[in-house]
Design a protein around this ligand. Sequence first.
Ligand code: ARG
Length: 468
Amino acid sequence: MNFINPCTMPLWDGRFEGEMDERVRQFSASLPFDQRLARYDVQGSIAHAQMLGKCGIIPAEEAEQIVTRLQALLAAIELGTLSLDTDDEDIHSLIERVLTESLGPVGGKLHTARSRNDQVALDVRMFAKDAIRDLQQRVRALQQTLLQRAEEHLDAVMPGFTHTQPAQPVLLSHHLLAYFWMLQRDAERLQDCFERTDVMPLGSAALAGTSFPLDREFVAAQLGFSRVSENSLDAVSDRDFVMELVFCCTTIMLHLSRLCEELVWWSNPALGFVEFDDRYATGSSIMPQKKNPDVAELVRGKSGRVAGDLTALVTMMKGLPLTYNRDMQEDKEPLFDAVDTTAMSLSVLNGAVATLTFNVERMRAAAAARFSLATDLADYLTKKGLPFREAHRVVGRLVRDCLARHRTLEEMSVEDFQQFHPLFAADVVALLSVDVSVAARNVVGGTAPESVRQQLEKAKRLVEATSS
Ligand code: ARG
């Protein structure tokens, strides 16, 4: 065959006389990272070729030949037998070259009515849609684990904190469910992002649309998109969905980092609230006694990295004129990194939480310490008619006195209480229990066992509704 495959040259060689500097070739190549889009690139090309044939833009037999070859290529990609580490500029050039090598000049018809600008926008959207679905499943899995652990420890009491200081007793289940709701917002945010990502850009060509009579709706349907883009200039230059997805990853990671920070702190032997399973902890190379919470620390650390990915993207997009600019090639590495890091963090942390041992006795003891029931005493006086502000002051004095005498609230008699205010009566003694304290907070969204039980049921229904 004396056919010279034009695709062994750059896709744009006609205009050029001289060759590109080798360093520039390496500098501008995206294949080392966009090879990850191979599958989507071929799927998009299959739909495009089918449409070209169906609309009579290229002969139907030729479209069929192209589709058959592309299907074989897709199979090779899935099997990992297609070599992707080549000198091609990007994944689009690679696929077109391989196709044309096996098919001859007919392969060159695939790019009719298409530009790499709408092609790459399509590939990244397809990648993002799959990534969103995958992340949603991983978020769900962690939510389910949190639900399960909360249910196991429904009535366990722990100290609730503000400013890292013991504040009021809360239920461990209530605390775990707080993370459930954070993740619920993440799941919903991902769904929102999915809907804006689910837009098919092909047909925008380089920027202005195309003079060929395309059926864009057909391509969208073939590829499972629910709608097509409305403006070609916007379609080739829009990376909002990339920023949005990486923002979703960032909020997930920030939520995980907060949980991890607590687990690091709770696993400190001085507190001893939790112990990591051996499978999710590491030792020290020098101190034989140590068990380190490295998984939690790494997730906490990686949250900074994902926030960095977001920063890279928004900074790259800032001030870009319409339409496609090569800057936008820089969208892929932060996107891939954010998605991979978040996916892995969700799964590893899920395992760590599922196998965590909660030391509920230590938690209960800590919940009762440090005058954690002082608010209950102030509420008690308030319910007897004292303005809250005054009740607060009375109990503040009482705590100061206890501290000076090194005694706890439980060591005080009714008479001792009455020295601070005559409204204290015999029933005050019954208040001095963490169980009574949490049970009293029976408002919707409060930490009382009854409220938490309702919260848990609601959470379960939500998970069931969205995981079917
Ligand atoms: N590798 C490029 C990217 O990722 C593909 C699009 C190239 N388009 C162009 N006009 N050079 O953005």
